[in-house]
Design a protein around this ligand. Sequence first.
Ligand code: NAD
Length: 406
Amino acid sequence: MFSGSIYFINKGTIDINEHQYSENRSVNLPISIGIVKETSDNENRVALVPDDAKKLVAKKMEVLVQSGAGSSAGFLDAEYVSAGCKILGESKDVISIANLIIMLGRPDAQDLSKFKPKSTVVGQIYPLRFQTLVRDLARADLTVYSLELLPRTTRAQSMDVLSSQSAVAGYRAAIIGAYNSPRLMPMLTTAAGTVKPANVLVIGAGVAGLMAIATAKRLGALVTAYDVRKAAGNDVRSLGAKFLEVGFNAEGAGGYARELTEDEKNKEKEMLETAIISSDLLITTAGVPGKKAPMIVSAETISKMKVGSVIVDIMAESGGNCELTQRGKIIDHNGVKIIGSINPQSEVPINSSQMYSRNVSSFLSILVGQDGNFVEPEKDELLAACMICNGGKVTFPPMVNEGEGK
Ligand code: NAD
């Protein structure tokens, strides 16, 4: 049974050896949640915030938090302690004890041997991009749920991490663009003359794009947007922006965009060039699920943009929508600033952590049953849809079908 030991923070030192858990502790506390400090570049967010941790503790779950896990997002250890969590010194202390590790991203391959076999991991793994890691997760005998694979259904809406984080990313993209632009965004009529509003073009009007449009509008810019899905036109117009029609509709399965044919790509390039050249700020957010970001803005087109124009490409992580985008870098190309923004949501870590944490809490309401035990993945369609490893095997259909990961 659980020894009842209390973890403590004392001038930053924690003696975990004093507090041994016996093998049978799960009889009393079946779910022991672990929150670690995220390790990927420039990551400030934390997967669970104290307010939500408190609710899980109230449901008789144990929450173990690595010291400092939330500090970059403004959530200090003391707040987790007040919420009833236990603070441990290092990530290895957390992952070797907890049986449900909740992350924003994915575990580091070198840490997998420290996880308890048969533990559950919840994060955003992007299995097609990290296939070797997925096989290693299966070999480590972990059950892994990758939240970005949840279907965009009404039931899954409260768990939709893609929407919550993309909304923040879109907002931030507009702010980054305005901040880096040598122009004002709004029209100003002053005694010193009239300033014209900036022209903002947003490519990709999904969740992030719509938030970028709304934010640029609030800043006073003249906003135009484009998407290959015709249905996006109504959303764009409802925000008071102009929608560019390309003359075909590339809506594919599940309401997402499909990849364009070569002919469609040429039409798109032709139609967009004038709009890109006349924009002061270009924000690119176009994605096709499971694929590299489509390359939409060529180096040749960028060369025709005005000096002082700014491009914010928030698809830099998955290859970028612009040919000259460099992941995580700001470059200058003949006076055009190209910002290869990665993880813009991490620059607003308080709210993006709160939103992710709420999504995760909602996911836990289906992962953990009324009896306080894990629900079998096959008993819930949402669990089954986002599970990528279980029972020592890769269960993610595209990889299994390739005969990999066994
Ligand atoms: P995403 O991040 O995959 O893509 C962003 C946008 O880029 C999409 O609107 C897509 O159409 C567009 N795009 C792709 N290729 C393009 C190209 N070559 N040129 C221009 N634009 C291109 O998508 P997302 O923002 O995560 O979601 C988009 C879809 O999901 C929409 O249909 C949205 O309504 C739907 N959705 C539904 C729910 C829900 O019902 N719960 C929640 C969120 C999103």
